[in-house]
Design a binder for this molecule. Structure first.
Ligand SMILES: *[C@@H]1O[C@H](CO)[C@@H](O)[C@H](O)[C@H]1NC(C)=O
Ligand SMILES: *[C@@H]1O[C@H](CO)[C@@H](O)[C@H](O)[C@H]1NC(C)=O
Ligand SMILES: *[C@@H]1O[C@H](CO)[C@@H](O)[C@H](O)[C@H]1NC(C)=O
Ligand SMILES: *[C@@H]1O[C@H](CO)[C@@H](O)[C@H](O)[C@H]1NC(C)=O
Ligand SMILES: *[C@@H]1O[C@H](CO)[C@@H](O)[C@H](O)[C@H]1NC(C)=O
Ligand SMILES: *[C@@H]1O[C@H](CO)[C@@H](O)[C@H](O)[C@H]1NC(C)=O
Length: 407
């Protein structure tokens, strides 16, 4: 979880430049090409950005939502006729924060509300909530309105009290939604399976480390080939005033669902947050959102970065750490991959996409922060933007998230 200020007034950097290597005629609708050559030199009198959270990079002053392209490879991700639409909205409630899970059998996306941050309606004394949206209803609403935003109703679930401050989710795993919770007050952080069908019953898989509570668990993925469950632990529960002060370092762990054994696989972060694996399972990505400090405020000298690691085939330890990307806007939060291995992460201006070589290819530019997103099947990217949800219909394909031969 990351606490972003709600971006009311977007500050835009203006400049004049030439857009050369992708011609306007090649661009699909809602797409803008920003050639890196056009802003490489801004001149001594330019208005430089001195804040990455509240001053966003929109040199063409285009009205969101739009596709901001920096590298022509982003055109392959978008395909010939992409669209980018608002599908749900509630200006009073950050109902769409993290833990997105697409349940293919019911064509629904599950997600959590903001835990402890602005408009989250949750704090030390109030739990956050899990809701779902029907993609069938989204498709019907979009067909009925060719251009404008639509507002599809969401359904709030009534889950077990064992689920406190959900911040991450993945799967389905064994046909269940796999959630990770931050805990609330003295209630421990946990890993929980939830039935995606009524009565939405839950089973807790883990709630401690040899009798010690985790700090406030943040995000989770199942390894695609070894089937182990990996999760991050960091102090956003404390920084958002709903968990006690940390008593453990901020680390990445592995849980073995067959034996219930837990071990650490990576440390040395400022604030480990989002996690993802390449489809072959050889590479892990972990974001570090150190620059976002909850009640401590933002510190632009701390990490806003995604790191890549090799996953040791025997021990599953994350090794050979190298930096993949440093986000230009806010911090990169949740991470998802497409089937070509491109890396998507939620930042202060929307969802940004990097190639495996670390080049920023483009952005799903919203002018507002996104913590997470999920492919609802091939070609449908659902973006959670706190008080709004968006659907981008593109060419990129999803990857399985349920582990080896489990769905
Ligand atoms: C950032 O720039 C704005 C506008 O020029 C200025 O008002 C503000 O003081 C600057 N902040 C910092 C931290 O330099
Ligand atoms: C589509 O949505 C827009 C914005 O909400 C609205 O103004 C317009 O009337 C809608 N069009 C149809 C055909 O429903
Ligand atoms: C949750 O509980 C409320 C109040 O009892 C009820 O109206 C609602 O239908 C329940 N939601 C679901 C998804 O069952
Ligand atoms: C929900 O209850 C059913 C019926 O008892 C059980 O088979 C299933 O494993 C439960 N699911 C979870 C996630 O607890
Ligand atoms: C997943 O399902 C398999 C087969 O039904 C079962 O043996 C296993 O215990 C389940 N794992 C978890 C973590 O529920
Ligand atoms: C920002 O972080 C750096 C590196 O940890 C630290 O030296 C500095 O004091 C921090 N600045 C503020 C304002 O907290």
């Amino acid at each position: 979880m990351v606490l972003f200020k709600v971006l009311s007034g977007i500050v835009v950097i203006a400049f004049t430049g030439t857009l050369a290597s992708v011609s306007e005629s090649q661009l699909p609708s809602q797409a803008i090409f920003v050639d890196p050559r056009s802003f490489a030199v801004m001149g001594p009198n330019a208005d430089f950005r001195n804040d990455s959270f509240n001053m966003l990079f929109n040199p063409t002053s285009t009205t969101p939502p739009f596709f901001q392209i920096f590298d022509e490879r982003f055109l392959t991700i978008l395909g010939g006729s992409p669209s980018f639409r608002e599908i749900a909205s509630d200006p009073t409630f950050a109902f769409a924060h993290e833990a997105p899970v697409y349940n293919e059998p019911t064509d629904e996306v599950f997600f959590s509300s903001n835990d402890g941050g602005p408009l989250g309606m949750s704090d030390l004394n109030h739990n956050n909530v899990i809701s779902k949206i029907s993609m069938k209803e989204v498709e019907a609403a979009l067909s009925a309105n060719a251009t404008g935003p639509v507002n599809v109703p969401i359904t709030q679930l009534n889950l077990s009290d064992s689920i406190q401050m959900t911040n991450g989710g993945t799967g389905p795993y064994n046909s269940s939604i796999l959630l990770v919770t931050s805990g609330r007050g003295s209630s421990p952080p946990s890993i929980v399976l939830v039935n995606p069908l009524p009565p939405y019953n839950a089973t807790v898989l883990l709630d401690n480390y040899f009798g010690r509570q985790f700090v406030s668990l943040n995000d989770i993925k199942v390894h695609p080939t070894n089937g182990k469950i990996f999760f991050t632990d960091v102090d956003y529960g404390f920084l958002n005033l709903f968990r006690p002060a940390p008593l453990m370092p901020f680390q990445v762990y592995r849980f073995d669902p067959d034996t219930s054994a837990v071990r650490v696989v990576a440390d040395g972060f400022n604030k480990p947050n989002g996690i993802a694996f390449t489809p072959d399972g050889n590479t892990a990505y972990v974001s570090d959102t150190g620059a976002s400090g909850g009640f401590l405020g933002n510190n632009l000298t701390l990490p806003a970065s995604i790191y890549a690691f090799d996953v040791d085939p025997v021990t599953h330890v994350f090794k050979n750490r190298r930096v993949l990307a440093y986000a230009d806007a806010g911090v990169p939060d949740g991470i998802q991959l497409d089937s070509d291995g491109n890396i998507y992460s939620g930042c202060a201006d929307g969802t940004q996409v990097w190639a495996p070589d670390g080049t920023l290819l483009g952005k799903f530019f919203l002018g507002m922060s996104t913590a997470e997103m999920i492919f609802a099947g091939d070609g449908r990217l659902v973006i959670l933007a706190e008080t709004k949800m968006f659907l981008a219909k593109i060419a990129a394909k999803s990857i399985p998230l349920g582990g080896p031969s489990r769905n």
